[in-house]
Design a protein around this ligand. Structure first.
Ligand SMILES: NC(=O)c1ccc[n+]([C@@H]2O[C@H](COP(=O)([O-])OP(=O)(O)OC[C@H]3O[C@@H](n4cnc5c(N)ncnc54)[C@H](OP(=O)(O)O)[C@@H]3O)[C@@H](O)[C@H]2O)c1
Length: 231
């Protein structure tokens, strides 16, 4: 059975990705900051043995290297970079921006997915599907930005898109593909209660795109329905 490594696996879209991949019989390497507190995640697979849970704060690059070392020799078919933070708050708009927070948001949303791809490259090369997924956001689209605001989040996802587009070119020779996906506006802690799309629908849509991936699609920026998005 194929193997997927998922970051931010304890709640929201990450938890739903775990649920659906486990249901399809995949091996899931689920990464989260606090495995002991990740009760919903632990309950997904009490007996089947397809799930292993790993402690990982993606902003701790020593921890990323340690995880990669502990997984040496394990083939990974898909690296699913899902963990992310919003960062912007109403009390810190332009005029009172929190630059220390901005640097943290960039580290989590932009640098960490690239660091994980670097650290796990040997594992991906050993996998069959050879795919890096970046869960990005339409809010990272500069062309689509008609409403302004959220500079921390927007810039982190725009930069993620730029970095992942480059990776899609740089990793052509080892045959590793990259997809940049927008999950839609989804009802999670980040998306809030008003969001129209449920995690199950969003994740099912993204998985459909991932399942149907062909190398010609590497580097594309798509929403969960498969629509091409503007940069
Ligand atoms: N929901 C939406 O409408 C929407 C729209 C566009 C894009 N997205 C993107 O979709 C992805 C998942 O979002 P979501 O809606 O599921 O958000 P969520 O419900 O807020 O969950 C975020 C996940 O990321 C984890 N995380 C945050 N910082 C981390 C760190 N430093 N190290 C490891 N894990 C960390 C959280 O872990 P803790 O529990 O430890 O905090 C949690 O598991 C994000 O990349 C987000 O930007 C979401």
């Amino acid at each position: 059975m194929p193997t997927v490594l998922i970051t931010g696996a304890n709640r929201g879209l990450g938890l739903e990705f775990c649920r659906q991949y486990l249901e399809s019989g995949w091996n899931v390497l689920a990464c989260c900051r606090s495995p002991t507190a990740a009760i919903d995640l632990q309950e997904l697979d009490p007996a089947q043995g397809q799930l292993s849970i790993h402690a990982l704060d993606v902003s701790d690059f020593n921890a990323v290297d340690a995880l990669a070392a502990s997984l040496r020799g394990t083939a990974i078919d898909i690296l699913l970079n899902n963990a992310g933070v919003y960062g912007d708050t109403r009390d810190r708009p332009f005029g009172r921006l929190d630059y220390a927070r901005w640097a943290e948001v960039l580290r989590i949303n932009t640098l960490a997915p690239v660091k994980l791809a670097e650290a796990l490259l040997p594992n991906l090369k050993a996998g069959q599907r050879k795919l890096v997924i970046a869960v990005s956001s339409l809010m990272g689209s500069i062309a689509d930005n008609g409403s302004g605001g959220s500079p921390l989040y927007r810039s982190s996802k725009s930069a993620l898109n730029a970095a992942m587009k480059s990776l899609s070119i740089d990793l052509k020779v080892p045959g590793i593909g990259v997809l940049i996906l927008h999950p839609g506006w989804v009802r999670t802690d980040m998306g809030g209660r008003e969001a129209p799309t449920l995690p199950a629908e969003s994740v099912a849509g993204m998985r459909r795109i991932i399942d149907g991936y062909t190398p010609a699609q590497s580097g594309r920026f798509l929403d969960f329905r498969g629509r091409e998005l503007p940069w």
